[in-house]
Design a protein around this ligand. Structure first.
Ligand SMILES: Nc1ncnc2c1ncn2[C@@H]1O[C@H](COP(=O)(O)OP(=O)(O)OP(=O)(O)O)[C@@H](O)[C@H]1O
Length: 244
């Protein structure tokens, strides 16, 4: 079995306070493994984003155990969690989160700068990450002059540049048309299979299903499914709209 990069055991998360308190996660077990693209699907409000944020060490679980690359996160302070994120985790969001006044290359370089590398090496790494997503020709272009799909590719290059072991993507194709969505999913699937990373994609989008090695379904803060009674369900569907 491939190496487990992130392991979540019995994760619970309560959000809000008093009358507004919600048990967003109610005991989730999930392992993200090297070389696998996992889809996390479920209805609106089922806890998908909360789980992604917990797995990405952005949100501390109320209880349970989270381990990233063998390191348990409980008791780790803010700086320590930031270091775990910097060293191991890349994030991709639906709305790209690019700085509009910086070029594609400068947006990617920001992530290199955060790791403390500057100058020519940083520039080279940013260009390399852009070429991995097929955008070397657009390095000096501003986000506003790029299509939605190209902006998402810049965001993926920014996530790659730190060479993370895991990519966590929240609805990465939601704002994209068929061609752009397919390109993004192909890049994410190649990241899992050829670059041997763990990739988790949170999605409502059934078009991405053919790219999945594994689909995990969540309802009311709990993973559901499988004949064997475990939390994970394997599908190899043939009929969704995107084709790998
Ligand atoms: N800050 C918060 N305070 C209180 N409740 C919250 C907070 N954030 C989220 N929730 C609630 O927690 C539950 C899980 O939310 P979450 O955003 O994880 O769901 P989701 O599956 O990602 O939904 P969507 O698909 O609509 O993005 C929902 O009931 C939501 O209303």
């Amino acid at each position: 079995m491939s190496e487990t990069i992130i392991e979540a055991t019995a994760i619970k998360k309560t959000l809000g306070r008093g009358a507004g308190e919600v048990q967003a996660l109610r005991g989730v077990d999930l392992a993200l493994r090297r070389g696998e693209l996992t889809l996390l699907m479920g209805p609106s409000g089922s806890g998908k984003t909360t789980l992604l944020l917990v797995l990405g060490c952005m949100l501390a679980p109320s209880s349970g155990i989270l381990t990233v690359c063998g390191t348990p996160t409980s008791g780790v302070d803010k700086e320590g969690l930031a270091k775990i994120r910097r060293d191991h985790i890349g994030f991709v969001f639906q709305s790209y989160h690019l700085f509009p006044t910086l070029t594609a290359a400068q947006n990617v370089r920001l992530a290199v700068d955060i790791r403390g590398e500057h100058g020519r090496k940083a520039k080279k790494e940013a260009r390399k990450a852009l070429s991995m997503v097929g955008l070397e020709q657009k390095a000096d272009t501003l986000p506003g002059e790029l299509s939605g799909g190209e902006q998402q590719r810049v965001a993926i290059a920014r996530a790659f540049v730190a060479n993370p072991s895991v990519i966590l993507a929240d609805e990465p194709t939601a704002a994209l048309d068929g061609n752009n969505g397919r390109t993004i999913m192909r890049i994410l699937a190649d990241t899992a299979h050829q670059r041997e990373r763990a990739v988790l994609v949170v999605t409502h989008d059934p078009r991405v299903i053919p790219f999945a090695d594994r689909i995990v379904e969540i309802e009311d803060g709990l993973l559901v499914g499988t004949e064997s009674g475990g939390p994970e369900r394997l599908h190899f569907p043939k009929t969704a709209a995107f084709r790998p």
